[in-house]
Design a protein around this ligand. Structure first.
Ligand SMILES: Cc1cc2nc3c(=O)[nH]c(=O)nc-3n(C[C@H](O)[C@H](O)[C@H](O)COP(=O)(O)OP(=O)(O)OC[C@H]3O[C@@H](n4cnc5c(N)ncnc54)[C@H](O)[C@@H]3O)c2cc1C
Length: 404
């Protein structure tokens, strides 16, 4: 008598839930390790409805948020470059970046702390040097100084996510696009992942669901909230390109707040591959982008129900800050869109195992994770593969919020 073959215990080694910035990279980094990967994305890679829309993201190596982020940014840059080579898409433009503020401000102190910790080749500029080298930033408060980070630049988020998902597929990941995971049930032996139509049995899960992450790990203090992004054009006869206005984070003259952004780029540098994304006009170019400090309190918005319209008056605040800082820019926005930011209480990400060792998370963007996302995917993959992390990422351990 021949017995029927036993059903395999597992459909895959690991399921990655959410193929946005961190998840597409996690799927890629898991698959290149030879693990059997199932990926789930409720929309499509590079879509406009999560935390990674808006054409550009700032990249910095002198990370003012925490010196431990510098090695993550550097590893991420290597991985973005690898994805550029694999996809043929331009993903990272190194422009250098200027941080401006009083010497005792978080912007300056944090940037210098990271630079000193890692011996980064930053330059310290006084007000006169800022005004002569970067005339767009000539409006300064007395005593403001600058720190130039030559390794800063911009990333193309939608295209980078598409490229990571493609590389994950090439490495063997089985990606289910347009499929929403509705529940996970972890136990001692594995995890059952349920979609609207099917159930899958895997050894581990990576929860990389961005603004939706708290649905799966509600005990983690992650707060999604709606943000409006704004673009601006140079006034007639003036210029505000990436050359004259490279990446910046700076204090606003006469105000107790700061802004971030970069200049415009003409749409001539090749195909990012993201022109199917809602809001793209088919060109790779963009106007100058300026955004405000996000200083909380952060209201919890349901990511499925956030208002995607930008209403009259909503951009008056940022227009006022642009008018106070950049005389060359028309303070009336040339474009707007909404995006979702996900905050943690300490402003750092959550990357690593939860109280359940088979459930690993990668998220909690806190407004500064895109630059690191490829390396956060690597950390997620290392955690699941049982490898030693490429850098000390204990400050990102999700279990810091679970003590007691
Ligand atoms: C306005 C703004 C400006 C920012 N500026 C910068 C910057 O300059 N530099 C920087 O480094 N960072 C910046 N950030 C942060 C950065 O963009 C985000 O941290 C990052 O893109 C979020 O990545 P994520 O992978 O966590 O989330 P996402 O990219 O949103 O990915 C989550 C994915 O999970 C999917 N998903 C969710 N639930 C499910 C489910 N149940 N089933 C299947 N799929 C699911 C979603 O559809 C989505 O694709 C900014 C963020 C915002 C909002």
């Amino acid at each position: 008598m021949t017995l029927p073959a036993a059903a395999p215990l597992f459909d895959a080694d690991v399921a990655v839930i959410g193929l946005g910035a961190v998840g597409s990279s996690a799927a890629w980094r898991l698959a290149v390790r030879g693990l059997d990967v199932l990926g789930f994305e409720q929309f499509e890679p590079g879509h406009a409805w999560g935390g990674s829309t808006g054409r550009t993201r700032l990249f910095r190596v002198a990370c003012l948020e925490h010196p431990g982020l510098t090695p993550i940014a550097r590893r991420a840059r290597d991985l973005w470059r690898e994805l550029e080579d694999e996809s043929g898409r331009p993903l990272f433009h190194e422009t250098g970046g200027l941080m401006i503020g009083p010497p005792d401000s978080h912007i300056i102190e944090g940037t210098l702390r990271a630079a000193e910790a890692h011996g980064l080749p930053v330059e310290r500029l006084d007000g006169d040097e800022i005004a002569s080298r970067f005339p767009a930033h000539a409006r300064l408060d007395p005593g403001d100084i600058g720190v130039w980070d030559p390794e800063a630049g911009i990333l193309r988020p939608e295209a980078a996510i598409i490229a990571a998902a493609e590389s994950a597929r090439t490495a063997g990941a089985d990606l289910h696009i347009g499929v929403r995971v509705v529940a996970i049930d972890p136990d001692d032996d594995g995890v059952t992942v349920r979609t609207e139509r099917s159930a899958y049995r895997v050894r581990s899960v990576a929860i990389t669901a961005g603004p939706w992450i708290a649905r799966f790990v509600p005990h983690l203090p992650l707060t999604p909230h709606r943000v409006v992004m704004t673009w601006f054009r140079a006034r007639d006869g003036h210029e505000a390109t990436l050359d004259t206005l490279p990446v910046f984070i700076r204090s606003v003259p006469g105000r107790d707040t700061w802004i971030w952004g970069h200049g415009a780029m003409a749409g001539t540098d090749g195909d990012t591959g993201a022109d199917h994304v809602d809001g793209f006009d088919g060109s790779d170019g963009f106007d100058a982008k300026v955004g405000p400090e996000f200083d909380g309190p952060f209201p919890a918005d349901d990511p499925d129900a956030i208002d995607r319209l930008v209403h009259p008056g909503e951009t008056d605040g940022i227009s006022d800050l642009v008018a106070a800082t950049f005389p060359d820019l028309d303070p009336e926005p040339s474009g707007t869109t909404t995006c979702i930011m996900t905050h943690t209480p300490d402003g750092q990400f959550v990357v690593g195992p939860t109280a359940h060792p088979r459930v690993v998370v990668g998220g909690g963007c806190s407004g500064h994770s895109f630059k690191h996302a490829s390396a956060l995917g690597e950390l997620v993959a290392q955690s699941i593969a049982g490898e030693t992390a490429f850098t000390d990422a204990a400050f990102l351990d999700p279990r810091r919020f679970q003590a007691g």
